[in-house]
Ligand binder design. Structure first.
Ligand code: PAF
Length: 254
C-alpha cells in the first residue's frame, strides 16, 4: 500500500527502520502536477528498485517570478492517483518551513552552467533547484534518482553536483515524453489557453528543423513566441520561449 509522509521527522524515523534495510531505493523528485513524463520516471524507479519514493514539493526558492509560483498548477489528489498507478511506495510531502529550517542560509551555488541558458533568464533559479535537491537527496538517501531529459540543463547540474560532492547515488536521465503533436509534456502546459496550446507544437517543430538558429528564432517570433534563448550546447539544441504568460523549454539532440 502506498503511504504519504508529510513530516521530515516521520520520514527520517521511517528511513532508519527495518523496512529499508538492505533495500534498493529509487527516487523521483517533483513539484507535483504530475503528467505522463513523471509517470515514465516513476515506472522506471518502480521497475529498478525494491522501494520507490516520490517527493512532491513546490519549491519556492526556484521561482524567480512570484506570479509563476502563485499560478503553478497543484492537484494533490490527482498526483496521488498517478503515483499509486505507477506503483510508488512512499510519497514524501515536506513543508517549506521544515525544508528551510535554516531560513535559506545555506545554498548550493554552481558558478558556470547555472548562469547560462535558463540561468540567464531566471536568476537564482538553479541555486534554488540544487539546494532543494541536495536536501531531498540527504533525506531520501536513494541509490538512484530519475530526472527528465526535457530539463536537460537541470539534469547536467544535478549530475555535476553529485559528482562534485562525491555523493553516493546515480542520476538517471530519462527520455522526454511528448504529446502526439510533439510538444514536450510539462506541468506548465496546463496553463496554456486552447489557442496557445495549439500554437505550442510549433516550438519543438522548429527546434528540430535543419535551419540555423537565427532562422528558427525568426520563425518562432513570426508565429507569436517571444524567444528567451536558442543555443547549441554539448551536442544538443536547447531553447526557451514564452507564449502568453507561459514559458516553455525543450531540447533536442543534433
Ligand atoms: O524538475 C523539477 O520538478 C524540480 O526542479 C525539482 C527537481 C523537483 C526540484 O524542485
Amino acid at each position: 500500500m502506498m503511504r504519504t509522509i508529510d513530516s521530515i521527522t516521520d520520514w527520517q524515523t521511517l528511513r532508519k527502520s527495518p523496512i529499508f534495510e538492505n533495500k534498493s531505493v529509487g527516487f523521483v523528485p517533483t513539484m507535483g502536477a504530475l503528467h505522463e513524463g513523471h509517470g515514465s520516471l516513476l515506472r522506471r524507479s518502480r521497475q529498478a528498485h525494491d522501494i520507490s519514493v516520490l517527493s512532491i514539493f513546490v519549491n519556492p526558492t526556484q521561482f524567480n517570478d512570484p506570479n509563476d509560483l502563485l499560478h503553478y498548477p497543484r492537484d494533490l489528489k490527482r498526483d496521488l492517483d498517478i503515483a499509486k498507478a505507477c506503483g510508488t511506495d512512499f510519497v514524501f510531502l515536506p513543508k517549506a518551513e521544515e525544508i528551510y529550517l535554516d531560513k535559506f542560509r545555506f545554498n548550493i551555488i554552481e558558478t558556470e552552467l547555472a548562469n547560462r541558458l535558463c540561468g540567464t533568464h531566471r536568476p537564482g533559479h538553479f541555486i534554488g533547484v540544487l539546494s532543494v535537491v541536495m536536501k531531498l537527496f540527504n533525506l531520501i538517501r536513494p541509490h538512484k534518482s530519475y530526472f527528465g531529459e526535457k530539463d536537460y540543463q537541470q539534469y547536467l547540474l544535478v549530475k555535476g553536483m553529485v559528482d562534485a560532492f562525491f555523493m553516493n547515488l546515480e542520476i538517471v536521465c530519462c527520455p522526454t515524453i511528448r504529446a502526439e503533436d510533439g510538444l514536450a509534456l510539462s506541468s506548465r502546459n496546463a496553463l496554456l489557453s486552447a489557442e496557445e496550446r495549439q500554437k505550442s507544437r510549433l516550438f519543438p517543430y522548429h527546434l528540430r528543423s535543419a535551419n540555423k538558429l537565427e532562422q528558427i528564432r525568426q520563425e518562432l517570433e513570426n508565429v507569436g513566441f517571444s524567444v528567451d534563448y536558442l543555443e547549441e550546447f554539448e551536442g544538443r539544441r536547447l531553447g526557451a520561449v514564452r507564449i502568453g504568460k507561459v514559458r516553455l523549454i525543450d531540447n533536442v539532440k543534433i
